[in-house]
Design a protein. Sequence first.
Length: 340
Amino acid sequence: MDGQRARRGGRGRRAPVPHRVAVLVMDGVIPFELGIPQRIFGRARSADGRRLYEVVTCSVRPPGPVRTDADFDVVVEHGPEALATADTVVVPASHELGPVYEEGRLTDELAAALAHVRPGTRMVSICTGGYVLAAAGLLDGRPATTHWAHAEHFQRLHPRIEVDADVLFIDDGDVLTSAGVAAGLDLCLHVVRRDHGAAVANEVARSTVVPPHRDGGQAQYVQRPVPEPQLATTTTARAWALGRLHEPLQLRDLAEQEAMSVRTFTRRFREEVGVSPGQWLTRQRVERARHLLESTSLSVDRVARESGFGTAQSMRQHLQSVLGVTPTAYRRTFRNADEG
């Protein structure tokens, strides 16, 4: 399994060791974002109750107090050496990035800390923590995101990065970046889902009282002038569609649920959700297909019909586009995620 090491247990058996996540703390760290990895990864459990991750917090300096952007410090018990033991490193945002934010270069202290990271370690940033990955050269030639308010500056400072300011997070394999603040929750839940499947991620989301997957991207949170009162919403139509994903839904069907014209509905939908109705509907069908592939033994053809894709070929194309794998490969990976 991805990120699983093993150690010797009793009677010669090999007991799985939790995937180790190291959270790198810098002065000026935002407490909310600092707590996200522990809250999400620390809650993930296998079907038999085994912890799937171990989260350690480390400083760029020897153990001791680290300033936050609040009126309190945090005491970190691990120094940068802990990064050498990590399978995944998470860099949350800080309001004191100095040369990292202003000039796009690492400080000597931060460079020395990151030198402990082993090759092949998965790197994750939350919000402006992406500036650290960029300054380290880890995002060159890659797609990445950060808080929408910093995206333009981020792109100017690092022109070799393909900055996308509209998404909540970007998964580029061994390097993942998230948008502002709460998007760190979305990204960490995505990592759990990628590692161990939707059932485990959904249980973490449920215990944390957050949605397992948020619709749309950052565009819906950018402040814009509102020319008229936005009294009508598309909530009813979305709820109606979710109960009928297996049916051939048309845009006019959704618009009729809100008594709007197709043009008005499409505009309101994009304002609220951040994507078009068609993009949203496809994403919901992909999520439905993932759930059925993981939790049932239905044939691929039946899963395609139940999730609204109609044919196995159509579902295969959409899963390949969104997830990069075929339905069969996805089922083989995640139906066995908690075994062994």
